[in-house]
Design a protein around this ligand. Structure first.
Ligand code: HEM
Length: 371
């Protein structure tokens, strides 16, 4: 029975090897005041504690009442490698709860980048919950449970479901998932087993001048990116590889052999081997000055129906984590503006959020240090 610990200095679902199924659900918070907000976070903590540890589904003693559990998973709720990661948007720090002074310094509303076609119905939120598990049933059961317990506190704003191949998920991070453009995605992520590096790249630390409650949290950038897959599938292999700067099958940087080989751009100053406007070179030029823009990506594919113009509606739920939103996502996205890949993609939604620090033991609850 695969179980992910919920308690700890940091929330699970960030460095956890990617499970096969994920869901992003953004909410508007309906809580009337700070006391209500505390009730919400206590409730979320209780439900997540139960759902991630598993156990018998609660009985419904009185059949005249609605069942206590949706029943989707049957009489026993298996933990199924579930992680539920809770983050908050900048709108939670408006005047409603008196939390203005506690806002993480870099938390802001997602702006529109030049290639974006943002749909207001798919953007922002007071709260974001990322649910990941081995199976989609568990993810949906979790969402239904959380919503059932918080009808007066949360209202769903938008939701997207994503997946990676079972094969990649079963490898527990050893095999890189392939995205719907057919390229391995996640290869060059920093090593999640290196705690010193994670403190530099992912987690907010006490020396950053952030409000004290935020230490142990992380900035999360979410982008819903639609792909023009029909167009991509008619693009020559060589051009596809030039756009990313990597070999499509092995995932190796162009001119190299192995997926995890590291390119040396000082030996290719004019971009003869890996083009200067390739995705990997713009995203990470690997210079001393750009070392601070590292991030941890944890993306998932999505596939829905057909767009209004008759194209397949599929793409990437891009999610990345970093200790500083400006140094990480914003700096990298600005470098990527105008990249060759833009012809094939259309960012349509998302938002910026701050992942709450972990719940250190059973006597604590999510967001306790904030409230
Ligand atoms: C690398 C795909 C959007 C940041 C890569 C790689 C692929 C890829 C295939 C190479 C393998 C790897 O290291 O993972 C995509 C696709 C995107 C997308 C299909 C959306 C259409 C973004 C965005 C950002 C980003 C929005 C950040 C703003 C990075 C970074 C790397 C990378 C930092 C690692 C580069 C390196 O260290 O060599 N991406 N990506 N990507 N991508 Fe993206």
């Amino acid at each position: 029975m695969e179980k992910q610990p919920f308690l700890g200095a940091h929330q699970a679902g960030i460095l956890t090897p990617q499970q096969a199924s994920m869901m992003l659900v953004a909410f508007d918070v309906l809580a009337a005041d700070k006391a209500d907000l505390e009730r919400l976070f206590r409730l979320l903590t209780q439900r997540i504690t139960f759902l991630t540890s598993g156990g018998p589904a609660p009985d419904t003693p009185n059949p005249r009442l609605p069942p206590m559990d949706s029943g989707i998973l049957g009489p026993y709720i298996a933990p199924d490698n579930l992680t539920v990661t809770v983050s908050v948007g900048q709108s939670l720090f408006d005047t409603r709860f008196g939390l203005q002074a506690q806002k993480p310094k870099k938390l802001q509303k997602m702006e529109r980048f030049p290639n974006d076609s943002l749909d207001a119905a798919l953007c922002h939120g007071d709260l974001l919950i990322q649910i990941c598990a081995n199976t989609q049933d568990t993810v949906i059961h979790t969402l239904r449970d959380l919503i059932k317990h918080t009808p007066d506190l949360l209202s769903v704003r938008w939701k997207r479901e994503g997946f990676i191949s079972d094969h990649a998920a079963r490898s527990k991070g050893k095999e890189t998932p392939v995205n719907l453009l057919g390229f391995k995605d996640g290869t060059a992520n920093p090593d999640s087993s290196d705690n010193t590096l994670m403190n530099e790249v992912v987690w907010v630390t006490s020396d950053q001048g952030e409000p004290a409650w935020a230490v142990g949290g992380s900035y999360q950038a979410v982008r819903i990116i639609q792909f023009h897959v029909e167009f991509w599938d008619r693009t020559p292999l060589k051009e596809q590889q030039t756009i990313f700067g990597r070999d499509k099958h092995s995932g190796a940087p162009l001119g190299m052999q192995q997926e995890h080989d590291v390119p040396d751009y000082t030996k290719d100053p004019d971009g003869d081997v890996i083009a200067l406007d390739s995705h990997i070179r713009l995203a990470n030029p690997r210079t001393k000055e750009t070392q601070s823009s590292l991030m941890m990506r944890r993306g998932y594919s999505y596939s829905l129906g057909v767009t209004n113009s008759g194209q397949l509606d599929m793409g990437l739920l891009f999610v990345c984590y970093q200790h500083d939103l400006e140094k990480g996502f914003l700096t990298v996205q600005k470098r990527l503006n105008g990249e060759a890949l833009e012809e094939y993609i259309r960012p349509i939604g998302g938002g910026y959020f701050f992942v709450l620090p972990g719940v250190k033991d059973a006597n604590h609850y999510l967001a306790q240090s904030l409230l």
